[in-house]
Design a protein around this ligand. Structure first.
Ligand code: SAH
Ligand code: DHB
Ligand code: MG
Length: 221
């Protein structure tokens, strides 16, 4: 099996059970036109995020890494009317593209983009906590730092999801030199014996290649 097959299967899923509407296609097109990298979650992954938002009956979501707003639109749409999503983006130009797409998707009242390095935004988020869902999808070297903060600022029963932890299977390589990969290994080591979460990592293939995401359920104290 190869990348062509993985992409073809995602395409089939997209044509059958996971439809992208005008606003989502618009968000992808606006991002592409502005020269943003096409690294948003795939449509099937995005649908899973939506299902989890609904299952959790989430009202407050925090996202690390906005890009063009694709995953944020999906999650925001699954929120109730009075729900809120805060998404953190380092680049002003990306945030500007995302804000326009939020308006086209009609979720601008539920979504707030905060621009700047996510670590610097965290002190200002204290009063917004606790969150019901945290989606970590920004700079991969900081995933363990974001996870640690999320764990301290999530309600019991919340989910913390970290994207891009498998990284072409390099997650299993103890000698990996790549800092992003080392951070994902450290995250997993960190969760060994961490009583405050029950977690798993699911390997994935699809239009985005071979990767995977970690899902952690926050347990009561
Ligand atoms: N969640 C998006 C994809 C995010 S891609 C989606 O699925 O649609 C990763 C994003 O993280 C990029 O937009 C990048 O600019 C941003 N990023 C990188 N380093 C960051 C940092 N230190 N703080 C906040 N955002 C950062
Ligand atoms: C990259 C970032 C992502 O969040 C992703 O899902 C895939 C790739 C990247 O920075 O290359
Ligand atoms: Mg990602």
């Amino acid at each position: 099996m190869d990348q062509g097959t993985f992409s073809a299967v995602d395409e089939f899923i997209g044509e059958t059970i996971v439809e992208e509407d005008e606003a989502l296609r618009g968000a992808v097109e606006a991002a592409e036109a502005a020269g943003l990298p096409a690294i948003q979650v795939s449509p099937p992954q995005g649908r899973l995020l939506q299902l989890l938002v609904r299952l959790l009956a989430a009202r407050k979501i925090l996202e690390f890494g906005t890009l063009g707003g694709y995953s944020a639109i999906l999650m925001a749409r699954a929120l109730p009317e009075d729900g809120r999503l805060i998404t953190l983006e380092a680049k002003q130009e990306y945030a500007d593209v995302a804000r326009q797409s939020f308006e086209r998707a009609g979720v601008e009242n539920r979504v707030e983009v905060r621009v700047g390095p996510a670590l610097e935004a965290l002190p200002g988020l204290e009063e917004e906590a606790p969150f019901d869902l945290v989606f970590i999808d920004a700079d991969k070297v900081n995933t363990p730092n974001y996870f640690t903060w999320a764990l301290d600022h999530a309600r019991t029963g919340a989910l913390i999801i970290a994207d891009n932890v498998v990284r072409d299977g390099t997650l299993a390589d103890a000698t990996a030199a790549d800092e992003s990969t080392r951070a994902q290994r450290r995250l997993h080591e960190m969760l060994r014996g961490e009583a405050r979460v029950s977690a798993t990592t699911i390997q994935t293939v699809g239009v985005k290649g071979y990767d995977g995401f970690l899902v952690a359920l926050v347990e009561g104290a």
